[in-house]
Design a protein around this ligand. Structure first.
Ligand SMILES: Cc1cc2nc3c(=O)[nH]c(=O)nc-3n(C[C@H](O)[C@H](O)[C@H](O)COP(=O)(O)O)c2cc1C
Length: 364
């Protein structure tokens, strides 16, 4: 017989043990809001940092002059640490200079060789965080001088670097680079997922899809609705939204653009259905093309459903639109419940599965 849950020694349900990464940055929640492209507004990053997590801005495509404005906009809303992210498919030295001059706490790099950026990032006193998809790549990044590794699993939303799922990837990376802190990206969208990656050795979770439903994120209502309605099988991994960034795999929700391309027999560019069509307009009026990389941000107009609506497989378990701070709290308290074993493992007794389980339970 298992002892009743109440007889077990339990940590307080309101808090999680803080890890070296959290202590270094003064975080009270082991949660990083992933840099979800232009959906990551200064308001989102600041709200996450104010709630005890680490907010992130995605500045890859922001003109260097505006990089400072975005950082200052976030700083005006929080006095806590936050970070910036840069994709290394393009040269980022000018942006790194602007970021370190603005004294950001964290510079994260993705999609390329972090080596040339280690010294410039450290020169400004920032932590260098780099995203990998394998243990070997993590080892190389640490040898190059990176301070913190993000292990991104294949189930992640947005651009997906590797092809290994989070569950096998994370412990392999943790073992490869110990004691360097590792953050877990891909598939963490509720407290159970956060608990799982902490148990697997992560210092924090790097959460993207869940924060697309934060009120402060710049996400068109249609994109939000599709995420809320999605199941775990609603996403697609491939390279179809490749205009401007060819050959970069990504995970999006299935949509009309993808389905028309599949019906046409998956032809190569430029012979795809509707190739070159303007399907929608950005909030500033810029044209958004079919097969383009831009998702529908808040304020976009036109056939926004045809755009790249990035989401991870965790879209199947996220539903509620909430303020970012409430999402941080929900993840922390859910993880604490999961770790203390107070979470119900049995299915809801009123559900058909629950009734079936009850009928088969000899102790019921
Ligand atoms: C809309 C969207 C945009 C993204 N843009 C970036 C980016 O600019 N830079 C980056 O490093 N990662 C980007 N990612 C990937 C995230 O950093 C992260 O790895 C991923 O969201 C984690 O998986 P999850 O979505 O299952 O939480 C993006 C993800 C999404 C959903």
């Amino acid at each position: 017989m298992h002892p009743p849950v109440t007889q077990l020694e339990m940590p307080p349900s309101s808090s999680l043990q803080m890890t070296p990464f959290c202590r270094r940055l003064g975080l009270t929640a082991p949660i990083v809001q992933a840099p979800v492209g232009s959906a990551a507004t200064p308001e989102l990053a600041a709200a996450v940092s104010n709630a005890g997590g680490l907010g992130m801005l995605a500045l890859t495509w922001t003109p260097p002059a505006s990089v400072r404005e975005r950082i200052r906009a976030a700083r005006a809303l929080t006095d806590r640490a936050f970070g910036v992210n840069l994709v290394l498919e393009w040269d980022q030295h000018a942006r790194v200079r602007a970021c370190v001059e603005e004294s950001v706490a964290v510079v994260s790099t993705f999609w390329g060789d972090p080596g040339p950026y280690v010294d410039p990032i450290h020169a400004g006193g920032a932590l260098h965080v780099h995203t990998v998809g394998s243990a070997e790549e993590a080892r190389r990044a640490v040898e190059a001088g990176v301070d913190v590794i993000v292990a991104q699993g294949w189930e992640a939303g947005g651009r997906v670097w590797g092809q290994v799922a989070t569950l096998p990837l994370l412990p392999a990376v943790v073992d490869a680079v110990r004691p360097v802190p590792v953050l877990a990206a891909g598939g963490v969208a509720d407290g159970r997922g956060l608990a799982a990656v902490l148990v697997l050795g992560a210092d924090a979770a790097w959460v993207g899809t869940r924060f697309l439903l934060a009120r402060e994120a710049s996400v068109h209502d249609e994109w939000r609705r599709r995420i809320r309605d999605a199941s775990e099988t609603s996403t697609w991994y491939g390279t179809v939204f490749d205009r401007g960034w060819p050959g970069a795999p990504h995970r999006t929700l299935r949509n009309s653009t993808l389905e028309a391309w599949e019906r046409a027999g998956r032809p190569a560019a430029p012979g795809r259905p509707g190739e070159g069509d303007v399907v929608a307009y950005a909030p500033d009026g810029a044209c958004l093309y079919r097969y383009g990389p831009d998702p529908p941000l808040a304020g976009a107009t036109g056939d926004v459903e045809g755009l790249a609506m990035y989401a991870g497989q965790s879209a199947g378990i996220v539903e509620q639109v909430r303020p970012a701070g409430a999402i941080v709290d929900e993840l922390v308290s859910g993880a604490a419940d999961a770790l203390t074993g107070t979470i119900r493992r049995a299915p809801d007794p009123s559900s058909p599965l629950g009734q079936k389980a009850r009928a088969c339970d000899p102790l019921a």
